[in-house]
Design a protein around this ligand. Structure first.
Ligand code: NAD
Length: 363
């Protein structure tokens, strides 16, 4: 197969983990006889520095022409001035919107060898295997109006708008029910319906759709309770579906079930199809640019590498190749290799590229 992939290293540890995943993809292409044409482009802070625009036209153009996009991370203290007119995150949010990537799939499967790396007791974690589905192009991250202004008291105030239409809720909830049908047949919908009007519409729409899926159990949780249940009974969840803001927060919490944010991959899918008739997805680890460890070569590349595996499966239809990467990561963790974020006291951790090399050897 010949596929076009846009690489967006971005900022902080982004370039370090992208290089690691590029090497893995190169090994996969040699092993399975594929040709991956990679085009690396700027996004986020580096794009602001180079062009003044967090999502340059050239980047957007490359993503639209490619079969899939791999992204490292964007942002960092250099671009954090609250008065700045352009911000790195605008590049990422703009790209999700432009590519119509409304669904973010975030699998949470604590690795048996890493149960000890989580702050939760092992007895709570065993058997946990869930998929969090976060709505990605709606809600308070995109709602209008959003502005800073001076109020009647002469004081500065700011507002954002949390807004969802029925169709936006419907399409993400439908995906949740469809995916649950291929798994353990349970959907947990997370909202704040006791307070927010947008959440009441969310809950009503999900309930209506559930009538078409009598074989799927539907559980509704308020987001505050959901954050607690996620820690007290993680193995009860199968597919959890929620809106953009709550999904952003809950998945960072869920990452600690796996021991580190550095372990968790994600796929952003939408309606746009690529040259193979598959979703033109964007794949990225769930963590940010980790400025506290950037440039040190110690970032955990596993979330990024597993994101590349998700890309092979969902956008390129290469399931065996995806599985080969997942098995190689398993083998390396089973052999006791760890980066510093998941190493126990006394263990000597591997750097980013050393970990990638171990995975390549296992491939
Ligand atoms: P973060 O996810 O970057 O880091 C949180 C903590 O986890 C840090 O201590 C970091 O060192 C650690 N960590 C994260 N990824 C790791 C990895 N692969 N290996 C080892 N340790 C890892 O979150 P933050 O510090 O709140 O945000 C930093 C910047 O990233 C901010 O500018 C934020 O806006 C941005 N951000 C970007 C994205 C994205 O690009 N998708 C997502 C979240 C945050």
């Amino acid at each position: 197969m010949k596929a076009k992939i846009t690489l967006l290293p971005g900022d902080g540890i982004g370039p370090e983990i992208i290089v690691a995943s590029e090497k893995i993809l190169k090994r996969i292409s040699e092993k399975f006889g594929h040709e991956f044409e990679m085009d690396s482009q700027h996004i986020g802070g580096i794009a602001i520095d180079e062009t003044g625009n967090p999502l340059p036209d050239e980047t957007l153009d490359s993503c639209k022409k490619s079969d899939a996009v791999l992204l490292g991370a964007v942002g960092g203290p250099k671009w954090d001035d609250p008065n700045a007119s352009v911000r790195p995150e605008q590049g990422l949010l703009g790209l999700r919107k432009e590519l119509g990537l409304f669904a973010n799939l975030r699998p949470v499967q604590p690795h048996p060898q890493l149960l000890g790396a989580s702050p939760l007791k092992e007895s709570y974690l065993e058997g946990t295997d869930m998929l969090i589905l976060r709505e990605l192009t709606g809600g308070v991250y995109f709602g209008q109006p959003r502005e800073k202004r001076i109020n009647a008291n002469g004081e500065e105030e700011a507002l954002d708008t949390m807004i969802y239409s029925e169709s936006e809720v419907f399409r993400i909830a439908k995906l949740a029910f469809d995916i649950a049908g291929t798994r353990r047949k349970k959907v947990t919908s997370v909202d704040k319906a006791n307070v927010l009007e947008s959440s009441r519409l969310w809950r009503k729409t999900v309930a209506k759709l559930a009538e078409d899926y009598p074989e799927i159990e539907l559980e509704n949780l308020l987001v505050d309770a959901a954050t607690m249940h996620l820690l007290s009974r993680p193995r009860d969840f199968d597919v959890m579906v929620t809106m953009n803001l709550f999904g952003d927060i809950i998945t960072d919490e869920a990452s600690m079930l796996t021991g580190s944010m550095g372990n968790m991959p994600s796929a952003a899918l939408g309606e746009g199809l690529n040259s193979f008739g598959k979703p033109r997805g964007m794949y990225e680890p769930i963590h940010g640019s980790a400025p506290d460890i950037a440039g040190q070569g110690i970032a955990n590349p596993i979330g990024m590498i597993l994101s590349a595996a998700m890309m092979l499966r969902h956008s390129l239809g290469l399931s065996s190749e995806a599985e080969a990467i997942e098995k190689a990561v398993d083998a390396v963790l089973n052999a006791g290799h760890r980066t510093s974020d998941i190493a126990k006291e006394g263990e000597s951790p591997l750097g980013t590229m050393e970990m990638a090399e171990k995975i390549i050897s296992a491939l």
